[in-house]
Design a protein around this ligand. Structure first.
Ligand code: NAD
Length: 354
């Protein structure tokens, strides 16, 4: 059977197909690995053309969450949900109530959160039927603030590894995407004395960034920008055969997920002497922020920000692991996450009386 073959290929634990006639809900929840704890990962709402496309995405994304949560030192496993719907036209209260009920049936094995296509308001509706949802407006809220800070710390770590100093003062950073994360990142960099080149397909967002001190670039020019650091904060797949030869930067570090179009592009960056800071390490502040909500003491922004600051240390450990094992940073990041899961698996289980 194809479904089990797909699950076995990447070692997924559980797939849940969710359907509700009244709301038209068609969703898939994928739990990849719960060795470290309950599976945390967002709900993606996308008008997938086929069921196969939705399945492919949820399997890939849930595995990615296992690696990200493990690397961030969280006691959380990896999961993700996808909803086959158009986020612009198909959202209804019934849809999210139905989805939330399916999340609830898992009894906490999967905790959902915001992702592409879903919003903080949607999470509030889901919360009305299940407690297993993170990133609520009245607690951790918009994760971009903490993500932006984590990316800033990632850039400092990359500078330290490359030049022996984490100082960003006087460095030029080219940011692709003046959205939420790109803008928070820009503020930290400007405060620390960096020069910012920025681009976006939205002229309003570029204008707002220029008013804060950035220099605008055309979206087509960003890969050719004279800069020290290229920070992709818009789309995935931007590090590819076409962009790599154009890059003037010596470091790539940004928030976008899946920046390397293919794994071989990590190798191609290294061949050009460009240090790649693996995306799922650099952008882990978002998940750190949501996870902080699960703390029994309650959500605390300062604590979440402090934990995201540790991305600096994690990234230095990943670079060191790569050097020790002869791996490129993107390979070392995978190994770093896998080693944490393997250690947890190997640990002796102790009996806890009820
Ligand atoms: N928000 C978070 O906490 C978080 C956490 C982890 C990863 N990420 C990833 O970081 C990236 C940015 O997230 P965000 O929350 O800031 O999203 P956002 O939608 O607020 O910002 C993205 C920006 O990129 C711009 N953009 C799109 N295509 C572009 C192009 N071709 N050239 C230039 N600009 C373009 C958009 O107009 C938008 O302003 C995304 O890839 C997201 O998946 C975000």
């Amino acid at each position: 059977m194809k479904l089990f073959k797909d699950m076995m290929e990447q070692d997924h634990e559980q797939l849940v197909f969710c359907h509700d006639k009244v709301s038209g809900l068609k969703a898939i929840i994928a739990i990849h690995d719960t060795t470290l704890g309950p599976a945390l990962g967002g709900l993606r709402i996308w008008p997938y053309a086929t069921e196969e496309e939705a399945l492919f995405d949820v399997l890939r994304l849930s595995k990615g969450m296992t690696y990200k949560n493990a690397a961030m030192g969280l006691n959380l496993g990896g999961g993700k949900a996808v909803m086959m719907a158009d986020p612009k036209t198909d959202k209804t209260e019934e849809l999210f109530r139905a989805f939330g009920q399916f999340v609830d049936t898992l009894g906490g094995r999967y905790i959902t959160a915001e992702d592409v296509g879903s919003s903080l308001d949607d999470m509030t509706t889901i919360r009305s039927v299940t407690p297993y949802v993170g990133g609520l407006p009245d607690t951790s809220g918009d994760p971009s603030i903490v993500t932006g800070y984590g990316v800033f710390r990632g850039i400092q770590a990359a500078l330290m590894h490359k030049y022996g100093s984490s100082d960003v003062a006087g460095k030029t950073v080219a940011i692709q995407g003046a959205g939420k994360v790109g803008t928070y990142l820009m503020s930290h960099l400007l405060d620390a004395g960096a020069k910012i080149l920025i681009t976006d397909i939205s002229p309003e967002r570029v204008k707002a960034a220029v008013e804060k001190g950035a220099t605008a670039l055309d979206p087509a020019e960003i890969f050719d920008a004279e800069c020290d650091i290229f920070a992709p904060c818009a789309l995935g797949g931007v590090i590819n055969d076409e962009s790599i030869p154009r890059l003037k930067a010596k470091i790539v570090a940004g928030s976008a997920n899946n920046q390397l179009l293919e794994a071989r592009h990590g190798q191609a960056l290294a061949q050009r002497g460009i240090l790649y800071a693996p995306d799922f390490i650099v952008n882990g502040g978002g998940v750190i922020n949501v996870a902080q909500e699960l703390d029994p003491a309650g959500y605390n922004r300062e604590l979440a920000q402090a934990k995201a600051g540790k991305i600096y240390d994690i990234l230095l450990e990943v670079f060191a692991l790569g050097e020790e094992k002869g791996l490129q940073p993107h390979e070392a990041a995978d190994l770093y996450a896998e080693e944490r899961i393997e250690k947890a698996l190997a640990q002796k289980r102790v009996y806890i009386p009820c």
